[in-house]
Design a binder for this molecule. Structure first.
Ligand code: NAP
Length: 433
């Protein structure tokens, strides 16, 4: 068998320790599939003394992870530290500059610096791979850049954050409100102590920016992703959605039309007959629509030691086989600068929820704002007492609109801004079409 692929591992947390465990458990099979062994030679983390449940004594240790890039005995550096900048970026840049391949699970770094790193990898003729950065164990990058490579992709969208999906699924199953379920998710380790990246849609936006680049051949444009999270979704929204035959899901949507790219992460109403409505718990799922292949559906564990390590090691196997292409499915210079689409021109049905004062004339005021903004109402429902996400009381009014441009809905909400009849902020959610 050929010489082994020599790997340095930076970061020995959930994913890093998982990679060591996987490489140990399936070493023979991996060597047969890759045509040569994959051998960890050096590792780094912050705390050398910490028990990680794996034997690290056989590997060289570097106190400073960035020094792994300079080691003569390493072919590929696996970056599993995290963070868009800092040591992760210093290490990735250093490794590529030293002519070593880089494998990473770091969506923040790839969303922000992926283009620069891809250029450096091409200049050095070494691989840059990041399957684990999007949807954890789900091979969606591989699916798009290889399996669907012949297709023009019209739209790629999906459930990209397991924490949010866990929270929404639990709110749905138990009829509980967001804050309560978030607390439980934190206690169970499904949500970070500072959950803002997850629940405000930033993590999903990182992944969407990467997916969009691979799907559409555009430069990653994280700054152009509109990110909205799930903080303002209340139990009553989920109940109303259910009454309408829908489930609430945080969906990232990237769409290209007429040379313009639309990218948004937003809670959506997903009709029950759509496969995304059946994605529950911390699972991730991605739908890609190709012009020849039709609809592709990728689903699986979006996080966790085993699934994420599975994606990292799959990248290493590709490298060991010598099968690696451009990081974003085409050479970096072939990626075009995306022009952002005007979200106001997007059409669709929408769900609107208002908490209003229980007094005469409120419904007429809302209906008039809709009419004046050109929004056609499909249904309007008023229920009893409710409490909105900001803790304000009021009566709940929900509206479903007919298909129409989003700018009309935005204009209607603008007309109602500051109305004395409204208690708290209205919530708007697109209905996935
Ligand atoms: N967890 C998942 O399920 C998952 C899924 C997909 C992608 N990812 C991505 O994978 C990466 C790693 O995630 P994780 O969950 O494994 O994180 P984690 O459990 O927090 O582990 C991070 C590791 O990096 C080490 N580290 C932190 N700062 C360092 C520094 N300055 N120098 C050297 N080592 C340093 C830590 O050392 P100590 O252990 O000594 O503190 C720890 O071993 C992130 O980019 C994350 O977004 C994670």
């Amino acid at each position: 068998m050929a010489d082994g692929l020599r790997v340095a591992l930076a970061g020995l947390g959930t994913v890093g320790a998982g990679v060591v465990r996987l490489l140990d458990a399936n070493a023979d099979l991996i060597a047969r599939r890759a045509g040569r062994p994959i051998e960890v030679v050096a590792v780094s983390a912050r705390d050398r003394g910490r028990d990680r449940g794996v034997d690290l004594s056989r590997f060289a240790w570097e106190d400073d992870a960035t020094r792994l890039a300079a080691r003569e005995d390493v072919d590929v550096v696996v970056e599993l530290v995290g963070g868009s900048d800092g040591p992760a970026l210093v290490l990735a840049r250093g490794a590529l500059a030293a002519g070593k391949g880089v494998v990473t699970a770091n969506k923040a770094m790839i969303a922000h610096h992926g283009l620069e790193l891809a250029r450096e990898a091409e200049a050095a003729r070494v691989p840059l791979k990041f399957e684990a950065a999007v949807a954890g164990g789900v091979p969606v990058i591989k699916g798009l850049r290889e399996g669907a490579a012949a297709n023009r992709i019209g739209r790629v969208y999906g459930i990209l954050n397991g924490t949010c999906n866990f929270i929404l699924s639990k709110m749905e199953a138990e009829g509980r409100d967001f804050a309560e379920v978030l607390g439980e998710a934190q206690a169970l380790g499904y949500a970070e102590a500072d959950p803002s990246f997850d629940i405000d849609g930033v993590d999903a936006a990182h992944k969407l920016a990467i997916l969009a680049s691979v799907a559409f051949g555009t430069r990653p444009a994280f700054g152009a992703v509109e990110a909205h999270g799930i903080r303002r979704v209340i139990a009553a929204d989920i109940a109303e959605a259910a009454a309408l035959g829908c489930r609430v899901r945080l969906v990232g949507v990237a769409e290209e039309a007429d040379g313009r790219l639309f990218q948004r992460v937003h809670p959506h109403l997903v009709p029950i007959d759509h496969p995304l409505a059946h994605v529950t718990g911390s699972t991730n799922a991605v739908v890609a629509e190709g012009d020849f292949v039709g609809r592709l559906f990728f689903q699986g564990a979006g996080a966790g030691a085993g699934p994420t390590a599975s994606a990292v090691v799959a990248d290493l196997i590709d490298i060991a086989r010598g099968e690696f292409g451009s990081a974003f499915a085409m050479p970096a210079d072939a990626l075009v600068e995306p022009r952002s689409a005007d979200s106001g021109e997007r059409r669709g049905r929408a769900f609107l929820r208002f908490a209003v004062e229980d007094k005469v004339g409120v419904l007429a005021e809302i209906a008039a704002a809709m009419r004046d903004a050109g929004v056609s109402i499909e249904s309007l429902i008023q229920r009893g007492q409710a409490v909105d996400a900001e803790g304000a009381g009021g009566v709940l009014v929900t509206i479903v609109t007919h298909d129409g441009p989003e700018r009309c809905v935005a204009a209607a909400l603008e007309r109602l801004r500051g109305s004395q009849s409204l208690v708290g902020q209205p919530l708007w959610m697109p209905i996935l079409g």
